[in-house]
Unconditional design. Structure first.
Length: 316
Protein backbone atom coordinates (compact mmCIF):
# COMPACT_ATOMS: atom_id res chain seq x y z
CA UNK A 1 0.00 0.00 0.00
CA UNK A 2 1.48 3.32 -1.08
CA UNK A 3 0.50 6.96 -0.86
CA UNK A 4 1.11 9.81 -3.29
CA UNK A 5 4.20 11.93 -2.75
CA UNK A 6 2.36 15.05 -3.90
CA UNK A 7 -0.97 16.34 -5.25
CA UNK A 8 0.11 15.83 -8.81
CA UNK A 9 3.14 15.00 -10.92
CA UNK A 10 4.49 16.39 -14.17
CA UNK A 11 3.28 14.43 -17.20
CA UNK A 12 5.55 11.58 -18.25
CA UNK A 13 6.01 10.27 -21.78
CA UNK A 14 6.61 6.82 -23.27
CA UNK A 15 7.04 6.07 -26.98
CA UNK A 16 5.04 3.62 -29.02
CA UNK A 17 7.02 0.76 -30.58
CA UNK A 18 6.95 -1.51 -33.60
CA UNK A 19 8.31 -5.04 -33.33
CA UNK A 20 10.69 -6.39 -35.97
CA UNK A 21 10.54 -9.77 -34.23
CA UNK A 22 7.02 -10.09 -32.86
CA UNK A 23 5.65 -11.08 -29.48
CA UNK A 24 2.98 -13.66 -30.25
CA UNK A 25 1.80 -16.14 -27.64
CA UNK A 26 2.00 -16.31 -23.84
CA UNK A 27 3.23 -19.00 -21.52
CA UNK A 28 1.41 -17.22 -18.66
CA UNK A 29 -1.69 -15.21 -19.51
CA UNK A 30 -1.99 -13.58 -16.06
CA UNK A 31 1.54 -12.15 -16.00
CA UNK A 32 1.86 -11.64 -19.77
CA UNK A 33 4.90 -13.89 -19.95
CA UNK A 34 5.75 -14.51 -23.60
CA UNK A 35 6.63 -17.76 -25.33
CA UNK A 36 9.35 -15.96 -27.32
CA UNK A 37 11.67 -12.99 -27.00
CA UNK A 38 10.94 -10.01 -29.25
CA UNK A 39 12.76 -6.98 -30.64
CA UNK A 40 11.31 -3.57 -31.46
CA UNK A 41 12.06 0.00 -32.50
CA UNK A 42 10.53 2.77 -30.44
CA UNK A 43 8.84 5.56 -32.34
CA UNK A 44 10.70 8.59 -30.95
CA UNK A 45 8.18 11.35 -30.16
CA UNK A 46 5.09 9.30 -31.04
CA UNK A 47 3.48 7.83 -27.97
CA UNK A 48 1.57 8.56 -24.80
CA UNK A 49 1.82 11.27 -22.17
CA UNK A 50 0.25 10.54 -18.78
CA UNK A 51 -0.26 12.40 -15.53
CA UNK A 52 -1.69 11.32 -12.17
CA UNK A 53 -3.22 13.66 -9.61
CA UNK A 54 -5.18 13.48 -6.37
CA UNK A 55 -8.93 13.38 -6.93
CA UNK A 56 -12.28 12.84 -5.17
CA UNK A 57 -13.01 9.80 -7.28
CA UNK A 58 -11.14 7.55 -9.67
CA UNK A 59 -11.39 9.11 -13.11
CA UNK A 60 -9.68 8.36 -16.42
CA UNK A 61 -9.37 11.00 -19.12
CA UNK A 62 -8.25 10.03 -22.60
CA UNK A 63 -7.25 12.71 -25.12
CA UNK A 64 -9.11 15.38 -23.15
CA UNK A 65 -12.33 13.43 -22.67
CA UNK A 66 -13.57 11.65 -19.58
CA UNK A 67 -13.91 7.91 -20.10
CA UNK A 68 -16.95 6.19 -18.54
CA UNK A 69 -15.94 4.33 -15.35
CA UNK A 70 -17.35 1.03 -16.60
CA UNK A 71 -15.49 1.33 -19.91
CA UNK A 72 -13.01 -1.53 -20.52
CA UNK A 73 -10.11 0.89 -20.94
CA UNK A 74 -10.86 2.78 -17.71
CA UNK A 75 -11.24 -0.44 -15.74
CA UNK A 76 -7.91 -1.76 -17.07
CA UNK A 77 -6.14 1.46 -16.09
CA UNK A 78 -7.64 1.51 -12.58
CA UNK A 79 -6.98 -2.20 -12.05
CA UNK A 80 -3.33 -1.56 -12.94
CA UNK A 81 -3.10 1.30 -10.42
CA UNK A 82 -4.69 -0.99 -7.81
CA UNK A 83 -1.66 -3.28 -8.13
CA UNK A 84 0.38 -0.52 -6.49
CA UNK A 85 -1.96 1.46 -4.21
CA UNK A 86 -4.22 -1.44 -3.20
CA UNK A 87 -7.99 -1.45 -3.80
CA UNK A 88 -8.58 0.81 -0.77
CA UNK A 89 -6.02 3.41 -1.93
CA UNK A 90 -7.03 7.05 -2.30
CA UNK A 91 -8.69 7.95 -5.59
CA UNK A 92 -6.73 9.36 -8.52
CA UNK A 93 -7.32 11.23 -11.72
CA UNK A 94 -5.47 9.80 -14.72
CA UNK A 95 -4.98 12.06 -17.71
CA UNK A 96 -3.54 10.31 -20.72
CA UNK A 97 -2.95 11.70 -24.20
CA UNK A 98 -1.81 9.89 -27.32
CA UNK A 99 -0.07 11.84 -30.05
CA UNK A 100 0.02 8.76 -32.22
CA UNK A 101 -1.84 9.66 -35.39
CA UNK A 102 -5.05 7.69 -34.97
CA UNK A 103 -5.20 7.71 -38.75
CA UNK A 104 -2.17 5.43 -38.74
CA UNK A 105 -4.02 2.80 -36.76
CA UNK A 106 -1.12 2.22 -34.40
CA UNK A 107 -1.78 0.42 -31.16
CA UNK A 108 -1.44 2.57 -28.06
CA UNK A 109 -1.47 -0.04 -25.29
CA UNK A 110 2.34 -0.35 -25.37
CA UNK A 111 3.05 3.36 -24.87
CA UNK A 112 -0.08 3.67 -22.70
CA UNK A 113 0.98 1.18 -20.05
CA UNK A 114 4.63 2.25 -20.18
CA UNK A 115 3.62 5.88 -19.55
CA UNK A 116 1.17 4.81 -16.84
CA UNK A 117 3.90 2.81 -15.12
CA UNK A 118 6.24 5.82 -15.16
CA UNK A 119 3.45 8.06 -13.87
CA UNK A 120 2.68 5.64 -11.02
CA UNK A 121 6.38 5.44 -10.16
CA UNK A 122 6.57 9.23 -9.88
CA UNK A 123 3.22 9.80 -8.17
CA UNK A 124 3.80 7.24 -5.42
CA UNK A 125 7.55 7.89 -5.20
CA UNK A 126 8.35 4.22 -5.82
CA UNK A 127 11.72 4.89 -7.49
CA UNK A 128 11.71 1.46 -9.13
CA UNK A 129 14.75 0.56 -11.21
CA UNK A 130 14.30 0.30 -15.00
CA UNK A 131 14.09 -3.49 -14.94
CA UNK A 132 11.26 -3.45 -12.41
CA UNK A 133 9.47 -0.72 -14.38
CA UNK A 134 9.71 -2.89 -17.48
CA UNK A 135 8.50 -6.03 -15.68
CA UNK A 136 5.51 -4.21 -14.16
CA UNK A 137 4.62 -2.41 -17.41
CA UNK A 138 4.60 -5.87 -19.01
CA UNK A 139 1.83 -6.94 -16.63
CA UNK A 140 -0.35 -4.15 -18.06
CA UNK A 141 0.41 -5.08 -21.65
CA UNK A 142 3.24 -7.27 -22.89
CA UNK A 143 4.52 -4.87 -25.52
CA UNK A 144 4.58 -2.05 -22.91
CA UNK A 145 7.72 -3.65 -21.43
CA UNK A 146 9.54 -2.47 -24.58
CA UNK A 147 8.14 1.07 -24.54
CA UNK A 148 10.22 2.11 -21.52
CA UNK A 149 13.14 2.71 -23.86
CA UNK A 150 13.99 4.54 -27.07
CA UNK A 151 15.75 3.04 -30.07
CA UNK A 152 16.11 -0.72 -30.55
CA UNK A 153 14.78 -2.73 -27.61
CA UNK A 154 14.82 -6.45 -26.87
CA UNK A 155 12.23 -8.00 -24.59
CA UNK A 156 13.88 -11.10 -23.16
CA UNK A 157 11.29 -13.78 -22.52
CA UNK A 158 12.95 -14.90 -19.27
CA UNK A 159 12.64 -18.28 -17.61
CA UNK A 160 11.37 -17.51 -14.12
CA UNK A 161 7.81 -18.34 -13.12
CA UNK A 162 7.33 -15.00 -11.36
CA UNK A 163 8.41 -13.24 -14.56
CA UNK A 164 10.80 -10.82 -12.93
CA UNK A 165 13.41 -11.70 -15.57
CA UNK A 166 10.93 -11.17 -18.43
CA UNK A 167 12.04 -7.62 -19.10
CA UNK A 168 13.08 -5.37 -21.94
CA UNK A 169 16.56 -3.94 -22.37
CA UNK A 170 17.74 -1.29 -24.82
CA UNK A 171 20.30 -2.21 -27.49
CA UNK A 172 23.28 0.07 -27.58
CA UNK A 173 22.88 0.80 -31.31
CA UNK A 174 21.81 3.74 -33.39
CA UNK A 175 20.74 3.68 -36.99
CA UNK A 176 20.09 7.25 -38.01
CA UNK A 177 19.13 6.51 -41.61
CA UNK A 178 16.36 4.08 -40.68
CA UNK A 179 12.83 5.16 -41.58
CA UNK A 180 9.39 3.73 -40.84
CA UNK A 181 6.46 4.50 -43.12
CA UNK A 182 2.92 4.15 -41.81
CA UNK A 183 0.51 2.96 -44.48
CA UNK A 184 -3.11 3.21 -43.43
CA UNK A 185 -5.50 0.65 -44.85
CA UNK A 186 -8.33 0.92 -42.32
CA UNK A 187 -8.78 2.47 -38.87
CA UNK A 188 -11.96 0.55 -38.01
CA UNK A 189 -11.71 -1.10 -34.59
CA UNK A 190 -10.63 -4.70 -34.97
CA UNK A 191 -13.08 -7.48 -34.14
CA UNK A 192 -10.52 -9.55 -32.23
CA UNK A 193 -7.94 -7.82 -30.03
CA UNK A 194 -4.37 -9.09 -30.06
CA UNK A 195 -4.69 -10.55 -26.57
CA UNK A 196 -7.50 -12.93 -27.58
CA UNK A 197 -5.90 -13.39 -30.99
CA UNK A 198 -2.65 -14.72 -29.60
CA UNK A 199 -4.39 -16.91 -27.03
CA UNK A 200 -6.59 -18.43 -29.73
CA UNK A 201 -3.54 -19.08 -31.92
CA UNK A 202 -1.63 -20.84 -29.14
CA UNK A 203 -4.67 -22.95 -28.24
CA UNK A 204 -5.85 -24.01 -31.70
CA UNK A 205 -3.11 -23.72 -34.36
CA UNK A 206 -0.76 -26.70 -34.78
CA UNK A 207 1.27 -24.39 -36.99
CA UNK A 208 2.05 -22.31 -33.90
CA UNK A 209 4.60 -24.97 -32.89
CA UNK A 210 6.94 -23.60 -35.55
CA UNK A 211 6.69 -20.02 -34.25
CA UNK A 212 9.18 -20.12 -31.34
CA UNK A 213 11.84 -21.54 -33.70
CA UNK A 214 11.15 -18.87 -36.31
CA UNK A 215 11.25 -16.11 -33.69
CA UNK A 216 14.52 -17.33 -32.15
CA UNK A 217 16.21 -17.50 -35.56
CA UNK A 218 14.88 -14.07 -36.54
CA UNK A 219 16.02 -12.49 -33.29
CA UNK A 220 19.54 -13.72 -33.99
CA UNK A 221 19.46 -12.40 -37.57
CA UNK A 222 18.15 -9.02 -36.42
CA UNK A 223 20.92 -8.63 -33.86
CA UNK A 224 23.43 -9.39 -36.58
CA UNK A 225 21.75 -7.01 -39.06
CA UNK A 226 21.75 -4.18 -36.51
CA UNK A 227 25.39 -4.78 -35.55
CA UNK A 228 26.43 -4.84 -39.24
CA UNK A 229 24.02 -2.07 -40.34
CA UNK A 230 22.84 -4.58 -42.94
CA UNK A 231 19.50 -3.12 -44.00
CA UNK A 232 18.68 -5.93 -46.43
CA UNK A 233 18.98 -8.50 -43.66
CA UNK A 234 16.97 -6.32 -41.27
CA UNK A 235 14.12 -5.81 -43.74
CA UNK A 236 13.99 -9.39 -45.01
CA UNK A 237 13.97 -10.74 -41.47
CA UNK A 238 11.28 -8.36 -40.23
CA UNK A 239 9.01 -9.05 -43.20
CA UNK A 240 9.37 -12.82 -42.95
CA UNK A 241 8.82 -12.67 -39.20
CA UNK A 242 5.58 -10.71 -39.59
CA UNK A 243 4.28 -13.03 -42.30
CA UNK A 244 5.18 -16.09 -40.22
CA UNK A 245 3.23 -14.67 -37.28
CA UNK A 246 0.24 -14.02 -39.52
CA UNK A 247 0.50 -17.55 -40.93
CA UNK A 248 0.03 -18.96 -37.43
CA UNK A 249 -3.14 -16.89 -36.90
CA UNK A 250 -4.60 -17.87 -40.25
CA UNK A 251 -4.11 -21.48 -39.12
CA UNK A 252 -6.04 -20.86 -35.86
CA UNK A 253 -9.67 -21.79 -35.37
CA UNK A 254 -11.84 -19.83 -35.87
CA UNK A 255 -9.34 -18.39 -38.35
CA UNK A 256 -7.87 -14.97 -37.75
CA UNK A 257 -7.06 -12.82 -40.73
CA UNK A 258 -6.39 -9.19 -39.86
CA UNK A 259 -5.66 -8.34 -43.51
CA UNK A 260 -8.05 -6.37 -45.67
CA UNK A 261 -7.96 -6.40 -49.47
CA UNK A 262 -6.06 -3.10 -49.21
CA UNK A 263 -3.40 -4.77 -47.03
CA UNK A 264 -2.75 -7.40 -49.69
CA UNK A 265 -2.69 -4.76 -52.42
CA UNK A 266 -0.06 -2.83 -50.42
CA UNK A 267 2.05 -5.99 -50.01
CA UNK A 268 2.03 -6.51 -53.77
CA UNK A 269 3.01 -2.89 -54.30
CA UNK A 270 5.97 -3.36 -51.96
CA UNK A 271 7.08 -6.53 -53.75
CA UNK A 272 6.73 -4.69 -57.06
CA UNK A 273 8.84 -1.80 -55.73
CA UNK A 274 11.53 -4.27 -54.67
CA UNK A 275 11.44 -5.94 -58.08
CA UNK A 276 11.98 -2.46 -59.54
CA UNK A 277 15.03 -1.88 -57.36
CA UNK A 278 13.56 0.09 -54.43
CA UNK A 279 14.58 -1.44 -51.14
CA UNK A 280 11.48 -1.39 -48.99
CA UNK A 281 10.07 -4.05 -46.65
CA UNK A 282 7.02 -4.23 -44.44
CA UNK A 283 5.86 -5.46 -41.09
CA UNK A 284 2.29 -5.81 -39.81
CA UNK A 285 0.74 -6.27 -36.39
CA UNK A 286 -2.69 -7.45 -35.31
CA UNK A 287 -4.46 -5.15 -37.74
CA UNK A 288 -4.79 -4.32 -41.45
CA UNK A 289 -2.21 -1.49 -41.62
CA UNK A 290 1.37 -1.79 -42.85
CA UNK A 291 4.56 -0.37 -41.41
CA UNK A 292 7.20 0.08 -44.11
CA UNK A 293 10.91 -0.20 -43.47
CA UNK A 294 13.40 1.68 -45.64
CA UNK A 295 16.38 4.01 -45.35
CA UNK A 296 16.54 7.78 -45.80
CA UNK A 297 18.09 7.47 -49.24
CA UNK A 298 15.11 5.44 -50.52
CA UNK A 299 12.45 7.69 -49.01
CA UNK A 300 11.62 9.62 -52.17
CA UNK A 301 11.40 6.42 -54.22
CA UNK A 302 9.14 4.72 -51.63
CA UNK A 303 6.86 7.78 -51.55
CA UNK A 304 6.37 7.33 -55.25
CA UNK A 305 4.61 4.03 -54.47
CA UNK A 306 2.94 5.22 -51.23
CA UNK A 307 2.30 8.96 -51.57
CA UNK A 308 0.05 9.08 -48.46
CA UNK A 309 2.31 7.32 -45.98
CA UNK A 310 3.52 9.09 -42.86
CA UNK A 311 7.27 8.81 -42.30
CA UNK A 312 8.92 8.46 -38.88
CA UNK A 313 12.65 8.77 -38.16
CA UNK A 314 12.93 6.61 -35.02
CA UNK A 315 16.42 7.88 -34.20
CA UNK A 316 15.44 11.53 -34.55
C1 LIG B 1 4.19 -7.08 -30.95
N1 LIG B 1 1.74 -7.40 -30.77
O1 LIG B 1 5.26 -7.67 -30.70
C2 LIG B 1 2.98 -7.95 -31.23
C3 LIG B 1 2.79 -8.19 -32.69
C4 LIG B 1 0.71 -7.51 -31.77
C5 LIG B 1 1.29 -8.24 -32.90
O2 LIG B 1 2.50 -6.92 -28.75
O3 LIG B 1 -2.12 -9.18 -24.22
O4 LIG B 1 -1.22 -5.48 -26.67
O5 LIG B 1 -1.58 -6.80 -23.62
O6 LIG B 1 0.23 -8.54 -23.65
O7 LIG B 1 1.08 -6.19 -25.86
C6 LIG B 1 0.24 -6.56 -29.04
O8 LIG B 1 0.03 -7.27 -27.87
O9 LIG B 1 -0.85 -7.82 -25.78
C7 LIG B 1 1.56 -6.98 -29.52
P1 LIG B 1 -1.09 -8.10 -24.24
P2 LIG B 1 -0.21 -6.57 -26.47
O10 LIG B 1 4.15 -5.84 -31.04
Amino acid sequence: RVTPVGETIAPVFAPSNIALCKYWGKRDVELNLPINSSLSISLAHLGTQTRLSVSDEDAVWLNGEKVAAQDKFARKVIAFIDLFRGPQGSPVKVETDNNIPTAAGLASSASGFAALMLAIDGFYGLKLDPQCLSAFARMGSGSASRSLYTGFVEWQMGVREDGMDSIALPLDSHWDALRIGLVKVSVAEKAVDSRSGMNRTVETAHLYQSWPLQAAADLERLHQAIADKNFTQLGETAEQNALSMHATMIAAWPPLLYWQPGSVAAMHRIWQARAEGVEVYFTMDAGPNLKLLFTAEAEAAVKHYFPDMEVIAPFG
